[in-house]
Design a protein around this ligand. Structure first.
Ligand SMILES: Nc1ncnc2c1ncn2[C@@H]1O[C@H](COP(=O)(O)OP(=O)(O)O)[C@@H](O)[C@H]1O
Ligand SMILES: [Mg+2]
Length: 389
């Protein structure tokens, strides 16, 4: 697998986290949003993490989607606990072995039996201990951070992180750097944009997609290996990459096929890649259409309302209930609407997302684009028979 390094972006973010960028709020946390599969986790782990480490920052990385059966609050606590354990290592083991029940780290007592089993409320202590034992700033990278909002323990963990940040950081000295990423800007917004939100007042940034420099890099690899293909049409490849929704994996797969000695046709490979991009787009849309058509009428109506209203969606208000009735032709009670929402949430893959506070969103933000486009073209709602999958 090829990894195209994004070091300049990583260096920029680290400088901002450290407070070296004027007028930047980054020392309070960076919130990055970009659609699924556009390279967030790769960037965080293979570019940002090493850059932070090169600048002597202790990095804790946790992906809240790594195990969907686990409570997100638990995953965060566990990642911090593990880092603390490995840094305390010898000191803690020695203390434990000699029967000491607590360990004093930087003026604060740590229960030696509990290192590695911290919970939401002790996160600030654990982070302080980690910072003090390491004698270095700590960066906590939480991938798919919006998922924390789906459980109460996750919400508590987020609130504790904010308080840890406020305790540890001073103007000009960021001891706790927070980086949160999310595949859906609307959901990530819920961490920052309501009064009770854990990081109220912070801004969400769009994480830049891989761009023309990535394509140029790929083109030069191709030209290196297959000189007969020179010059590679980078413009066409970039259009194809955009057609794939800036998702490197699909793009690379198509490239691999088009460049394979077994590829049929004698045209330029760029044309074949562009063609696969179009097919992929059509497939993605057909997939959404068939999921939609496979729903019960009330589920369709509820999803429709959610797509139409976005952040303003209120599932059970009078207008919503009237909307469901109009679309289904039946009287719809709040209870029935709730059952439909629950069914949408329980599907695999889920179509609807719900926070611990009862806020709803479509699970995959790509559905919004699909809906918008169809609505603008007057092709909404999809009609027809359910296709076999
Ligand atoms: N910088 C990169 N260079 C090459 N391939 C990449 C790069 N970033 C991501 N990819 C590929 O794209 C796919 C999705 O990346 P990932 O980081 O998991 O996306 P996300 O976390 O946004 O869903 C992976 O298969 C990965 O190999
Ligand atoms: Mg990811």
């Amino acid at each position: 697998m090829i990894h195209y390094p994004r070091s300049a972006l990583a260096r920029e973010l680290v400088a901002a986290l450290k407070g070296e960028t004027v007028f930047s709020d980054a020392p309070n946390g960076i919130f990055l949003a970009a659609p699924r599969r556009t390279g967030k986790s790769t960037f965080l782990q293979l570019d940002l993490r090493p850059e932070l480490e090169a600048q002597d920052v202790v990095v804790v990385y946790v992906d809240l989607w790594s195990d969907l059966r686990r409570d997100p609050g638990g995953l965060v606590a566990e990642a911090i606990g593990r880092a603390l354990q490995s840094h305390l290592g010898l000191v803690a083991r020695a203390a434990k072995a000699s029967g000491l029940e607590s360990l004093s780290v930087g003026g604060f007592k740590l229960d030696t039996r509990k290192i590695g089993q911290i919970d939401g409320t002790t996160l600030p202590d654990a982070l302080r201990a980690l910072h003090e034992t390491a004698g270095a700033p700590v960066a906590l990278i939480i991938d798919e951070a919006q998922h924390a909002l789906t459980s109460e323990a996750g919400e508590t963990a987020m609130a504790s992180l904010k308080s840890a940040r406020d305790q540890l950081n001073r103007p000009g000295k960021t001891n706790l750097m927070l980086v949160m990423s999310g595949s859906d800007r609307d959901k990530l917004l819920r961490l920052v944009n309501t009064n009770g939100a854990p990081f109220y007042g912070s801004q969400i940034q769009r994480m830049p997609e891989l761009g023309p420099d990535f394509i140029a890099h790929i083109a030069s690899l191709i030209e290196g290996q297959r000189p007969e293909l020179k010059p590679v049409d980078t413009q066409a490849l970039f259009s194809a990459f955009q057609g794939f929704g800036y998702r490197p994996q699909f793009f690379m797969e198509a490239l691999g096929q088009a460049l394979s000695p077994l590829a049929d046709g004698d045209g330029r490979f760029e044309v074949a890649v562009l063609q696969s991009a179009r097919e992929r787009q059509a497939d993605d849309e057909a997939q959404m259409e068939s999921s939609y058509l496979g729903l019960k009428p009330l589920e369709q109506a509820v999803l429709w309302r959610l797509l139409e209203q976005g952040q303003r969606f209120r599932p059970y208000d009078g207008e919503a209930l009237r909307f469901y009735q109009e679309k289904t032709g039946d009287r719809v009670s709040a209870q029935k609407a709730q059952n439909a929402l629950e069914a949408l949430r329980q599907r695999i893959p889920a179509l609807v997302w719900k926070s611990a506070r009862g806020e709803y969103a479509v699970d995959d933000a790509a559905m919004h684009r699909w809906y918008r486009q169809r609505a603008d073209e007057g092709r909404w709602p999809p009609v027809g028979a359910v296709m076999d999958e």
